[in-house]
Ligand binder design. Structure first.
Ligand SMILES: Nc1ncnc2c1ncn2[C@@H]1O[C@H](COP(=O)(O)OP(=O)(O)OP(=O)(O)O)[C@@H](O)[C@H]1O
Length: 613
């Protein structure tokens, strides 16, 4: 993880729940806008809950046992008013829920989009530092957790609290003595709930961990299915999965036991409170301090106490979860992107690449993956003329990929600078080039040309949106791939499957080359695939690559030295430094690492064992 992100995580770990909420709400304007009306509706809904106990009291004391005997007219009026208020209450609850769902979903969709965009803005280096799953979960499950809490727990918490307050006020108006009796019964429950909530938090913490274990075991079993089958380790994999499921089951049962204890305590205390209210009420009634209606109303009001106290445990637990998730999402949003589009800083900051063939210049460039780490590239100072096809070769770990990532600005150099352009049209520092211009003119074809689960044509079209199927077919023809695509079951409309699984590794590379071809860049950076492909596909690929690189400045990270043989020039990288440069013909006979690499490659491609370095 990058140091900036670590510091941010550290700073926020100790942050209080309210501080997180404040920080989060500041980032969710959509939610803030809708909140006041929703709260007003929640309050109206809460107030509506005490209307039934009040109506019951009025009907008994004034309608049935009034001084002039039963008063049917009064009872009718009370019932009608009560029905009206209950109806309004139902409408308020309905509106509140609809509003709440809409505002939270709008706000969370906004948050998700911003978090997702931000993850994209972070450099490849930062994304690699974070576990990918962790980044994905921040944009998906952490936001879901928030959504559940805001729509269910949050509002229920507010309503429950309101219900407690309104019920207490109404009770106090009727009889302060009985109110004290009820509070005395519920206080121990509140203390018990606090204790149980802490246990519940621990229990659900274990459950979440176990869910993660189960997911990890399942995904490993699915992704690694071919290896599992090949090595006949199905039993062992199944046993591992069974163990994870069993542990999850046991954790879940334990957590449910605590939840059940909370509910039972609530029921028990409610029963005790009812008995206490009846006993105290009758005693007070004998003295004439309390009426029958008030007593019955109290019994109703006691029930309004039980649910909020029981719910409080779950709301607290959900709340803790949601706040933790919220923190993780906000931490992503607050990580400053280390590779920033200059166009974002202001229109004057960004520059366009010159409309001329592009050359590459490295000015004393060094790069370290972490402060204090050994430099992956050190003091690289060179210029590549436009339209040259350059092969970058070197031992594994020598810094070739780092070089490619700096040219395409997937990362910025630690020292020095990279420029694109040429002497006539001028040189532009890479960190000043607007991303739109950069992505249009410079294309990197990674080793594993990622394919999306769509058709061949769709995947090629990613290179240049708006390309028609006919244009895709023409592009494939021009690359010499017409016969290959014609042989596919549905031509360019053939679906490639997830990550291109329905195609062979070589065919996936062909699609990636076609994608780069329709993008029509001036500067191409190719990370040659290391996987072996069959001779026919190899021939097609070589031909397509020749056609693709024709007339474009090309930097190829060459794993096969046949690519270096065909290149205009070869750069040899060793331990982060460019140690040799020249044509293959020059270098192969000179004393130095290239001759050694080449000899070793010749031996290994001829099937002989290569000498150890
Ligand atoms: N994300 C990273 N974090 C830390 N160190 C890294 C990272 N990526 C590469 N390195 C280190 O930087 C050095 C150069 O790596 P690089 O990937 O550029 O080598 P390479 O020449 O492309 O290797 P290969 O031929 O195996 O792909 C290596 O020592 C490597 O361990």
């Amino acid at each position: 993880m990058s140091t900036a992100a670590t510091a941010l995580d550290e700073r926020h770990r100790e942050e209080g729940a309210f501080a997180t909420l404040r920080r989060g709400l500041a980032m969710m304007p959509e939610f803030r806008r809708g909140l006041p009306v929703t709260f007003a509706l929640a309050l109206a809904a809460t107030a509506g809950r005490v209307v039934v106990p009040i109506a019951v009291q009025q009907v008994i004391d004034r309608g049935l046992a009034g001084p002039g005997g039963p008063d049917a007219e009064f009872v009718r009026t009370v019932v009608l008013v009560c029905a009206g208020v209950v109806l309004l209450n139902v409408l308020a609850v309905y509106r509140m829920n609809v509003r709440l769902f809409r505002t939270t979903e709008t706000a969370l969709a906004g948050l998700r989009t911003r978090a997702f965009r931000h993850v994209h803005d972070l450099s490849v280096l930062h994304q690699q530092g974070q576990r990918r799953g962790s980044l994905v979960s921040r944009v998906t499950s952490d936001v879901d957790q928030l959504s559940t809490f805001m729509q269910w727990g949050g509002v229920l918490g507010v309503i429950s609290l309101g219900q407690l307050l309104v019920a207490t006020v109404v009770m106090a108006v009727y009889s302060w003595q009985l109110t004290l009796v009820v509070l005395a019964c519920f206080l121990p429950l509140a203390a018990a709930v606090r204790y149980l909530a802490a246990r519940l938090a621990v229990a659900y913490g274990v459950v979440r961990e176990r869910v993660g274990d189960v997911l990890a075991a399942v995904s490993e079993a699915v992704v690694g299915a071919p290896t599992v089958r090949a090595y006949g380790i199905r039993e062992r994999t199944a046993a591992r999965l069974d163990r994870a499921i069993q542990r999850h089951y046991r954790a879940q049962v334990k957590a449910q036991q605590v939840t059940a204890a909370v509910f039972v305590s609530g029921e028990f205390v409610a029963a005790v409170a009812n008995v206490a209210v009846v006993v105290a009420g009758v005693l007070l009634g004998l003295d004439g301090d309390i009426t029958a209606g008030t007593l019955v109303a109290f019994l109703f009001l006691v029930t309004l106490f039980v649910a909020p106290v029981q719910i409080a445990t779950e709301v607290l637990n959900e709340g803790q979860n949601a706040i933790a998730g919220f923190r993780r999402v906000l931490d992503v949003l607050e990580t400053a992107p280390d590779v920033r589009d200059p166009a974002v800083a202001g229109p004057g900051e960004a520059r366009q690449l010159p409309h001329a063939p592009l050359g590459v210049r490295f000015e004393h460039v060094s790069f370290r993956y972490a402060p204090g780490a050994r430099p992956a590239l050190e003091d690289v100072d060179l210029e590549i003329a436009p339209r040259r096809r350059v092969a970058v070769v070197g031992e594994t770990g020598s810094g070739k990929t780092t070089f490619a990532k700096l040219v395409t600005r997937l990362m910025d150099p630690t020292e020095g600078r990279v420029l694109l352009g040429d002497d006539d049209a001028g040189w532009v520092p890479l960190d000043r080039v607007a991303f739109a211009s950069l992505r249009q003119r410079v294309v990197m074809v990674p080793q594993d040309g990622f394919l999306f689960d769509a058709t061949v044509a769709d995947n090629v079209r990613y290179g240049r949106p708006g390309t028609t199927d006919a244009e895709v077919r023409t592009a494939l023809e021009e690359l010499g791939l017409g016969d290959w695509v014609a042989g596919l079951p549905e031509g360019v409309a053939t679906r490639v499957g997830q990550r291109g699984d329905s195609l062979s590794a070589g065919e996936r590379q062909l699609v990636a080359v076609a994608r780069a071809y329709v993008a029509d860049p001036d500067l191409l950076v190719l990370d040659e695939a290391t996987s072996a492909v069959d001779p026919a596909t190899e021939r097609r690929l070589t031909h397509a690559l020749d056609r693709l690189t024709d007339g474009r400045t090309t930097l190829t990270i060459a794993h096969r030295l046949s690519t270096a043989e065909r290149a205009d020039e070869v750069l040899v990288v060793d331990a982060g430094r460019v140690v040799q440069r020249g044509t293959h013909a020059d270098l192969v006979d000179a004393v130095g690492p290239y001759a050694r690499l080449h000899a070793s490659w010749r031996r290994s491609s001829a099937g002989e064992p290569a000498p150890t370095a």
